[in-house]
Design a binder for this molecule. Structure first.
Ligand code: SF4
Length: 314
């Protein structure tokens, strides 16, 4: 499995930082690399800066947010960075990129809360210039910062989105059709419900109108709306609701103690006593005893390889 993922070069260990160092991330290298094909990009080096180099920062002047030398604000790198970002985004759009891991706090790569300096103070409300363009040009792309991947919930949400987008591309096989999109959407029913019931309903309404659109235009629209819904974090309450729906599929097949065992696990998950993995494991066991093709293909049961162990902490 090769999933194309863009990444800040320093996060993968390349010595491209201003001081000639890197920001190597072990999880990215050791855990994710068997699944991901990393495309490392250092926007500062890519836009013509050297290693080592003077530090740069974002400043807010009257016209715009500019990227300048920290000591001499007349040395302005804004235009070269914006040009590099636009060219790179255009290139990446054709690469079926499924996610992007960026380095936090950087005035070029940071995704959020980057320091922006003004005359009298500094506020932590900026976005790295490069990553800002990337997110604007590819609003469907899952983007996450290296440091936030230490948080089990944020990590799981990012990886789920990456595998979902990869699955979408695989399912289309380079040629979207209405049938393929409807089949994909059907497999993601419960995953979407776990992220947002309203988002799931809105996507359903969109899919119902697929015949009214040019298919490529529809695919772009569907992809963006799908990934925006997936970026809403699944809650314990929504997951419990989905588990209860899944439980309903076994109404006739299970005897009373089996039903009770599942109800108990769902309740204990809802109360925060057990992880999500527990009721899902029992549901998969029941599914192996009582086949149900529709349920079996639901991505909610297997959103990513189990070896990633992401549901232990949820
Ligand atoms: S944070 Fe971005 S710009 Fe800075 S060294 Fe890393 S890849 Fe290069």
């Amino acid at each position: 499995m090769t999933i194309n993922i863009g990444i800040s070069s320093c996060v993968i260990g390349e010595k491209v930082r201003f001081d000639g160092g890197h920001k190597h991330n072990k999880f990215v290298e050791k855990v994710l690399s068997p699944y991901f094909n990393y495309i490392p990009i250092c926007p500062e080096v890519g836009s013509g800066m050297s290693v080592p180099r003077p530090t740069i920062r974002l400043i807010s002047n009257e016209e715009r947010i500019a990227l300048v030398d920290s000591k001499d604000s007349t040395l302005d790198y804004t235009d070269s960075m914006l040009n590099f970002a636009k060219q790179t985004a255009n290139r990446l759009k054709t690469a079926e990129l499924c996610g992007y891991i960026v380095c936090a706090n950087s005035p070029s790569c940071g995704m959020e809360r980057v320091k922006v300096y003004s005359k009298n103070n500094a506020t932590k409300n900026g976005v790295g210039l490069y990553t800002g363009v990337l997110m604007e040009q590819m609003p469907w792309l899952p983007v996450e910062e290296d440091g936030r991947l230490n948080d089990p919930v944020l990590k799981e949400n990012f990886i789920t989105r990456v595998f979902c987008l990869h699955d979408l591309y695989q399912s289309m096989d380079g040629e979207p059709t209405a049938g393929k999109i409807i089949a994909f959407h059907s497999r993601y029913k419960y995953t979407l419900m776990s992220h947002s019931t309203a988002g799931y309903k809105a996507l359903g309404q969109l899919v119902a109108k697929v015949a009214e659109y040019d298919i490529d235009e529809f695919f772009t629209l569907y992809r963006t709306q799908l990934m925006q819904t997936m970026s809403i974090r699944a809650t314990r309450k929504n997951n419990t609701n989905v588990l209860m729906h899944l439980q309903g599929y076994f109404k006739k097949e299970l005897d009373s103690p089996q039903k009770q065992a599942l109800a108990q696990l769902i309740q204990e998950y809802n109360q925060g006593i057990l992880p999500l993995l527990s009721p899902i494991t029992l549901i998969k066991h029941y599914l192996s005893l009582h086949n149900n093709d529709y349920l079996k293909q639901q991505s909610f049961l297997d959103p990513y390889p189990q070896e990633l162990r992401l549901r232990y902490g949820l």
